[in-house]
Design a protein around this ligand. Structure first.
Ligand SMILES: N[C@@H](CCC(=O)N[C@@H](CS)C(=O)NCC(=O)O)C(=O)O
Length: 217
């Protein structure tokens, strides 16, 4: 029995779950996974049994219950300092936290009009008001991080950090909605998708059989 349990939603749809799950995998932490299907008659009750906020993801570590994906990612980084899920350089660490918080708090148009649906391919759809501005801002963040901090690897801060976990669902969305990207952002998307853990999530999402209507996401 692993020390950690992560409560998640459907892998195909639950973007916030992906962030915490990927951080755990990249930290090389063993964990049990409890999946609660979203959009079912008993979803609300099942979520409330596990999660004080009634949302996933939730991480259980002994008697400690942590909700909110960004808090979970920070906790995971603290549990495995040797995995450097937060950059060791203070400047890089501050910016990693800033771009992670910006993702956690923002980009509502993108999240609303390009919901994560890993299996789907909807090129050209979702470009509703505000979405192009979100894409522009996200790709600016990606390029800036890659240029300033990325020279030791393929990720935003070189090696994989919690900032990459926070942007992982955006990577999936850009693929689903066929978003045209500059060379640097496209290379970043490809590096993220090539991660074995990301492949594992996408394969599991593809094998799920539940369908949630786009309008409900
Ligand atoms: N701010 C939260 C957002 C969590 C969230 O909205 N999770 C969705 C699934 S991706 C959820 O649990 N929704 C409840 C429901 O669909 O009933 C976080 O960062 O963890």
């Amino acid at each position: 029995m692993a020390e950690f349990t992560l409560v998640i939603g459907n892998k195909n749809y639950s973007s916030w779950s992906l962030r915490a799950w990927l951080a755990l995998k990249q930290a090389d932490i063993e964990f049990n996974e409890l999946r609660i299907l979203l959009d079912q008659p008993d979803t609300r009750n099942r979520l409330l049994q596990q999660s004080p906020s009634g949302k996933v993801p939730v991480l259980r570590h002994g008697s400690l219950v942590i909700w909110e994906s960004i808090a979970i990612c920070e906790y995971i980084a603290e549990q495995r300092p040797d995995r450097h899920l937060l950059p060791t350089n203070r400047t890089a660490r501050a910016i990693a936290r800033a771009v992670s918080a910006e993702m956690h708090a923002g980009f509502a148009p993108l999240r609303q009009h390009m919901p994560m649906d890993c299996r789907a391919r909807r090129p050209g759809q979702g470009l509703k008001p505000g979405v192009s501005e979100n894409i522009e801002r996200i790709t600016t963040i990606w390029r800036d991080c890659r240029h300033q901090f990325g020279n030791t690897g393929d990720f935003l801060f070189g090696q994989f950090t919690i900032a990459d976990a926070m942007y992982a669902p955006v990577v999936s969305r850009f693929i689903t909605y066929g978003v045209q990207l500059d060379e640097c952002s496209q290379a970043y998307v490809e590096a993220m998708v090539a991660l074995p853990a990301m492949q594992e999530w996408l394969l599991a999402a593809a094998a799920e059989t539940e369908h949630i209507a786009e309008s409900k996401l």
